[in-house]
Design a protein around this ligand. Sequence first.
Ligand code: FES
Length: 220
Amino acid sequence: MSQTKSNPRRVEYPGDGVVVTWEEDLCIHIGECGRAKGDLFVGGRQPWCDPNLSTADEVEEICERCPSGALSASFADGSHEEMPDPENTVHVSYNGPLFVRGDLAIDGAPDDVPGLKFRAALCRCGASKNKPFCDNSHEAVKFQDYGAVGETGSAEADTGGPLQINAAPDGPLLVKGNVSIVTGSGRVAWQGKQVALCRCGASENKPFCDGKHKDIGFKS
Ligand code: FES
C-alpha cells in the first residue's frame, strides 16, 4: 500500500477496492479521524492512513466524521456512497468556524472534492486565506465567540433538501434551504429556509449578519 499525490495538496491512500482521499487545504486538524478506534488512521505511522486495516463500513463511517470535508472514501464497486445527513445543520463552534453538514451546494467549491457536498467548515472570523473555508486563522487572530445564537425574528421550520451556500462578495454567507442552526453548546436555536450568516467576524448579533461588514470594510 502506498500513498499517491494527484495534486500538490491532495493525497490518496489506495486500499483493496477503496481509495481514501485527504485534501490538505481543507483539513483543520480537528482529529475525528485520529481518535477513531482501529488502525485506519494512526498518527506518526507511514502511511498515516491504511484502508486495508479496516472494514469498508469503518472506512466509510470514519471518513464521514471529518467535519471539514477534507476526507472522503471512494469504493470501486460503487458501494458505501455517502448520503447527506437527513437535516441540514450549521453548528456555530466555540471560537471557531461554522460547521455545516447536509445536502450542500457551496458556490465555488471544487467539483472534485466529494466531501464538500456533505460537510464543510466555513470561516466566520474573516481571516481565512482559503475563504469561504476555514484554515484555522481564527486561532492566529484570537477570534472570540462562544457560539451563542442571537435573535433574527421568526422563521418557518422544515427539514431536509438541498442547501445552497453562496459567499456574497465582501459580505455574508447567504444560505438558502431548510436549515437548523445549532449553538456551540448544542442547542438547536433556529430553523428556517433562508439566512445570512456573518463571515467577517464583526457582527454584534452572531452568527447572523447585521451589516457590520460594511462598517469595517470587510474584503473577501
Ligand atoms: S458579514 Fe459580518 S456583519 Fe455581515
